[in-house]
Design a protein around this ligand. Structure first.
Ligand code: SF4
Length: 307
């Protein structure tokens, strides 16, 4: 398959999370993570859409790496195929046959809606019965809030949506998710309300990284409830995963528990995501390669993810 990764360095975490560093034909690299479900014989593959990222979210290690290039559709599908190869899942299970690599989350390096054409083409191949045959219900696209493209993705792909929210006030979100200066919270929430594939069965996931002393107070939790009122939603609370030189600290456990309880009491599921693969820097917000802008084909560092 053209674009299929040529080489991979694979690391497996103590908790069985597996991180792949894939190198493409031009020497550029991207990271992919397989996160097994602890209770079930299945798991999610977190796929990258770009080498680097333009968005510079302050809590995200990928955001410290400038955008080198978009990944092509074959390179996006190729990450899933190569991850499956490493578990021997071939040929593609179809129908009711259980899949080990059962879901795709477009949550790795990059903003998928800034590489929409390639991401859409890749997901159509993944969903096609003659391709990988994975249901759109098993695909989640995560965005930092590229509002106009959310409408398009909803109409054309109708996959599940995850939104990197992380703050409930524009002044703070402007700082930690700078895209907010272009598409502020009110516009983002309006786009979520319009998202056609959202329903009680397919709720929008709001990702919320817990940063000590910044966004983790009860007042923040109450404002979050107000913002998402009426949206079929769940809130993933993500204890901040530190990386070398990161500017933030993880919230205290009791602050996270209190926040989760307030959100839950308002009727929204609010699981606290257990950090996975921290020991190999495969957890949310930790992915990063050393992308090369020149054609020197150099290898990348071994760190890597996004939220
Ligand atoms: S969180 Fe996502 S969009 Fe933000 S800098 Fe990281 S990779 Fe880019």
């Amino acid at each position: 398959m053209v674009g299929r990764p040529e080489a991979a360095i694979v690391q497996t975490s103590e908790d069985e999370t597996r991180k792949f560093l894939f190198r493409f034909r031009d020497g550029q690299e991207a990271e992919t993570v397989y996160i097994p479900d602890r209770q079930e014989d299945r798991g999610a593959v977190c796929i990258s859409s770009q080498v680097g990222c333009t968005l510079s979210c302050r809590f995200c290690h990928t955001g410290t790496q400038t955008l080198v290039r978009n990944l092509g559709a074959a390179e996006i599908v190729g990450q899933f195929m190569a991850a499956r190869d490493s578990y021997g899942e071939w040929p593609s299970p179809h129908g009711e046959t259980p899949r080990l690599l059962s879901t795709i989350v477009l949550m790795g390096m990059g903003e998928p809606l800034y590489n929409y054409e390639n991401v859409a083409k890749a997901m159509r191949i993944v969903m096609d019965g003659e391709g990988i045959g994975l249901s759109r219900r098993r695909i989640t696209l995560s965005t930092s809030g590229v509002v106009p493209m959310m409408d398009r993705a909803g109409a054309e792909l109708a996959v599940n949506l995850a939104v990197s929210l992380h703050a409930v006030r524009d002044d703070l979100r402007d700082e930690i998710v700078p895209l907010n200066r272009k598409y502020p919270i009110a516009d983002l929430m309006a786009a979520c309300r319009r998202y056609p594939a959202a329903s009680n069965a397919r709720r929008i996931t709001f990702e919320y990284v817990m940063l000590k002393g910044l966004n983790d107070t009860p007042a923040d939790a109450h404002e979050l409830i107000r913002l998402i009122a009426g949206i079929p939603a769940k809130v993933n609370l993500i204890p901040f995963n530190p990386w070398p030189g990161s500017p933030y600290e993880t919230s205290y456990g009791n602050a996270i528990d209190r926040f989760a309880q307030i959100v839950m009491d308002a009727g929204f599921s609010s699981p606290v995501r257990t950090p996975r693969g921290r020991d190999i820097l495969a957890a949310c917000g930790q992915l990063r390669t050393e992308g090369k802008r020149s054609a020197d084909g150099g290898a990348g560092s071994r760190e890597g993810g996004a939220v």
